[in-house]
Each structure stands twice: as C-alpha cells, then as structure tokens.
Design a protein around this ligand. Structure first.
Ligand code: FAD
Length: 499
C-alpha cells in the first residue's frame, strides 16, 4: 500500500518546517517550489547592500532536506489545483506536471503590492525576493558609479538621491543601511564624489515610520533615522514613479517632484496569484490583501486536507513574520502525523509570540512568581524545622509579599496591551510603557541584587533540602514561561503585520 502523499507548495519557512515535521513518519513528502533554493528573507537587506553574498542566505532546498529520506524537492511553478481529482499542476521550462496529493500544504508566501500601480515596478523594484535584492544592489552601487562620472552637479545630485516608498520595517531598515553604506563602507572609495552626501528620502502616507509598532517606538525610530540623515516625508502619497524620480502629494496637498536616481518600493504586501486559484477551487474566503482565511486548525473550512500556512494564511490578525510561518508549518506537520496515525487531530493552532513586550513582561512576572513560590517552599521547610537558619523565614516572607505585588502589577500592565491604531493616545501609551519599564526595573532591583536571594543561593550550595527548593523554582520558571508565552490566535499580537 502506498503511503499518504503530502504535497507542499513553497519551500519557504512554512513549507520547510512542515516537511521537517514529517521526517521519519509514514508519509511521502514532496516540496514544489519555483526556485530550487530556500531564501532566508530577513537577510535580504544584507544582500541588497552587498554585506552578504547570495549563497549565504539561500541554500539549496534539497541540501536542507538531504537527510530526510521520505522527502523530495521538485522545481516547478504551481499554477493550479484540482480538488475533484486532488492534483496540483506545475510548470517548469514549458513542461507541465500534474501531481496527486492526499494532503496539500499551500505555503507560497506573499509578494510586493504596488497598490494597483504595477507600472511603477519597472522604475522602483520591490524587496521580496532574492532577485529583488540583487536588482537593488545593482541599482544602489550603480548610482554611486553614475554619480562619480556625472558631468553636471544636478546629475550628480540626482544619482546621489535614493527615494524609498514605504516606511514599514523594510523601508526603515533599507534607508538606514543605504546611509550607512554611504557614510561608512564607501566613504573613501571615490575621487569625484563624497558618498556621505548621498540623500536618502523615505516616503509614507502615514504619520510616522513604523506606525504600527505604536507611537513610542515609532517616535524613537523617527529620531534615529534623523540622526542617520534620512529625510522623512510622512503624510505623503506617491502619485507617480518614473526614470527621473517621483511625484508626491504632501500633507498640505501640494504635489512636488523629487528627482532621484534610485527609487525603491518598500510598501505593501499581497497574496501571490496562486491564492486566487486555490481560493476559487476550494471556495475559500480571502482578506483585504488576498490572503486565504483558514480555521484554527489552519485548514480551509470544508477542506480538512488543505492547509494554508505562513504569509499566505489569514488568521486572527497574525503578522507576516518568519516565526508565525515556522510555527504554522510545525503545527501542520504534527496534525498530519496524528491524522495519519488514526489519532485525534491536534488541538487548535496557538501562536507562541516569543518577541512581544507582552511576553517579555509576562516572563518577568513568571520569574518573580517563581521566586516567590520558591521562597514559600523554603519558608515551609523552615516552618517544618527542616532547615537550621532561623533568621531566614522573616526575610523570605517579606520577599514573598514583594514578589506577589510585583507580579500583580506586571500582569495587570501586560494583560492589556493596545492593538495597533486602537486610538490610544501618545500619553497613555507612554504612561503604560513607562509603567511596564518601571515594573521591569522593580523586578530586577528587588531580585537580582537582593541579599536575600544571594543568601538563598549560598544556602543552596550547602543544604540539600534547599537545593530541592531551588529545583522546584527552576521547574516552575520553565513551566510558567511555556504557559505564559502562549498567545491565543484570536488575540492579535502587538505590532501588526511585519511587512
Ligand atoms: C525583506 C524582508 C525582511 C524580513 N525580515 C523579517 C524579520 O526580520 N523577522 C521576521 O520574523 N520576518 C521577516 N520577514 C518576513 C518573513 O520572511 C516571512 O514572514 C516568511 O518568509 C514567510 O514564510 P512563508 O513560508 O510563508 O513564505 P516564504 O518564505 O516567502 O516562502 C514562499 C515560497 O513559496 C514559493 N512559491 C511562491 N509561489 C509559488 C508557486 N506558484 N509555485 C511554487 N512555489 C511558489 C517561493 O519561491 C518561496 O520559496 C521579512 C520579509 C522580507 C521580505
């Protein structure tokens, strides 16, 4: 009997995580990708600015899975799926392949959106693929070369102007890196131009860079960009892009031309064309960016055999970041394993956000709570006459009270993070984040240099019973950390979409 066949469209973060989750399991796995390499997208900036080479961020997918005997990797651009025959159609160099599946993973990622102005793409490359990064690299380094040999000051100034459209994470990071390139890397390499004079202009229709990360962080980013010398044109809508630069309408409604030798498009994401084919075949709903809506088991409602993962899935406002993609892949692998083994399907998907401020504060709360519980244990041991130092219990009691108080403050503050664009005012955000920071400092001040804590450590070094108490603390730290980092998918983590 043939083993069930799992076909994975896309060998990105989600696709590879799914395949790995099925290693050594009684299934056959096929990854189909239009590239034969796996791109580590968070390092695209470094390729675009010449810091890393292509090979360093894009290993061959078949190399990654070479030891996984039940997995094969095929090159192909998936164009269609047929849910009557349960097949996937892909094309490579004019050859069409139709492949049957038992379970299908659709993990084709996201692509750049020009908000209906695809004609801008010829003048303003996006930043979504390795090819984009190489194009940007060519244009950025080429612009310095053109400036070096330019005959007129105006031409030189135009070549030394870089305009970026979109002040999200990609625009902000790229703008900063181009300034660093100009002021450090290329500083002494030219004879007729001063690379440090390069102007980097960042355009965005919103009020501030990284607006979705909240006003405090956003204000800090704006300050840092100013220090780096990045010109910020916020509240500005780019109406046209051409070979000479761009036309933009500012906050006061006036339209101005900004000559620039290089324009880069760092705004907007949308689902790839494949999403339409999949949604059409499965009757799935899509969100405003074209991503496919899935249930909490990451399958399309009514199609338990079709999973949509990573950047292409739309679920509870989860952001388009690598961690979501990998966790969704691991979840799908686990669920397919269980179904193949005839067991109950896995529990609903829960995203563990390992990087939000909420989690950070919960973790601090968890550590404080753990210390407090640990002290209760030590206190009880003393009460039972199992430890000799009679001066310790009162101090442990005090420590316990403070620990619980700190934990309550941290949990209350952390439990109500605002949603992006929730209308929370700048001052209440500052007060809340200031409160979080104060709670954090309080935790550090009370626990890390605490003489009581240090003396407890000394006790641990000498007394076996107190070693047991410390072990209890460690176990509880780990358990609480694992519990508290779970963020239900219905609660959108703070920060919104990464791209
Ligand atoms: C410049 C940049 C910087 C980023 N920085 C960060 C960061 O710092 N931290 C973070 O967490 N996230 C970051 N991200 C986001 C993160 O990279 C994505 O969330 C993640 O890659 C999504 O994984 P995925 O598997 O869904 O899609 P991808 O990793 O994009 O993989 C999709 C795969 O599907 C393939 N594919 C697409 N269409 C087809 C088709 N029709 N047929 C066959 N194959 C197809 C593609 O070739 C690709 O290999 C960044 C993204 C970019 C673009």
């Amino acid at each position: 009997m043939q083993l069930p066949h799992v076909v994975i469209i896309g060998g990105g973060f989600a696709g590879v995580a799914t395949a790995r989750g099925l290693a050594d399991k009684p299934v056959r796995v096929t990854i189909i990708d239009k590239h034969n390499f796996h791109t580590f997208l968070p390092l695209l900036y470094q390729v675009a600015t010449g810091i890393l080479s292509v090979g360093e961020i894009a290993p061959q997918t078949r190399l990654i899975l070479r030891k996984q005997k039940n997995a094969q990797v095929l090159l192909g651009d998936v164009t269609d799926i047929d849910l009557t025959a349960n097949t996937v159609t892909s094309e490579v160099l004019g050859r069409t392949t139709v492949m049957p599946f038992d379970s299908l993973i659709v993990a084709a990622g996201a692509q750049q959106s020009y908000f209906g102005h695809d004609e801008f793409a010829a003048f303003a490359p996006g930043m979504k693929t390795l090819a984009d990064a190489l194009t940007i690299r060519r244009r950025v380094f080429g612009a310095f070369e053109m400036a070096e040999s330019a005959g007129h000051a105006a031409q030189r100034a135009r070549w030394l102007t870089f305009a970026l459209v979109g002040a999200g994470p990609t625009g902000v990071e790229l703008a900063g890196q181009i300034r660093e390139l100009a002021t450090r890397t290329l500083r002494a390499e030219f004879r007729h131009i001063e690379p440090g004079e390069a102007r980097v202009l960042l355009f965005d229709g919103g009020d501030a860079p990284l607006a979705s990360f909240g006003p405090v962080l956003s204000a800090k980013v704006a300050r840092d960009l100013r220090k780096l010398g990045v010109g910020q044109h916020m509240g500005t809508i780019v109406a046209r892009v051409d070979a000479g630069g761009l036309l933009a309408r500012g906050p006061d409604g006036t339209v101005r031309r900004h000559p620039a030798g290089t324009v880069l498009w760092t705004a907007g994401v949308q689902a790839p064309a494949l999403a339409e084919a999949v949604a059409g075949a499965a009757g799935a709903d899509r969100d405003h960016a074209g991503r496919i809506k899935v249930g909490k088991d990451l399958t399309i409602p009514g199609h338990p055999e079709i999973y949509v993962l990573g950047d292409l899935m739309s679920l509870g406002g989860l952001p388009g970041v690598a961690e979501v993609a990998m966790q969704s892949g691991r979840y799908a692998g686990r669920r397919i394993r269980r179904v193949a083994a005839g067991r109950e399907p896995a529990k609903p998907f829960r995203y563990r956000d390992l990087g939000s401020p909420k989690v950070g504060v919960f973790l601090i709360g968890a550590v404080a709570c753990t210390l407090a519980i640990g002290f209760v244990v030590v206190f009880a041991l003393h009460g039972a006459g199992l430890s000799q130092d009679s001066a310790q219990p009162a101090r442990y009691g005090l420590e316990l009270g403070v620990g619980v108080a700190f934990m309550v403050v941290a949990a209350v503050l952390a439990g109500r993070p605002p949603k992006p664009h929730s209308g929370e005012s700048r001052w209440s955000t500052a007060a809340r984040e200031g409160g979080l920071f104060a709670a954090f400092l309080a935790g550090l001040a009370l626990y890390l240099p605490s003489p009581v804590y240090l003396s407890a450590l000394q006790v641990v070094a000498t007394a076996k019973l107190d070693t047991a108490a410390m072990a209890v603390r460690v176990i509880i730290v780990v358990a609480l950390a694992l519990i508290t980092v779970e963020v239900p998918v219905t609660g959108s983590p703070r920060g919104g979409s990464h791209r």
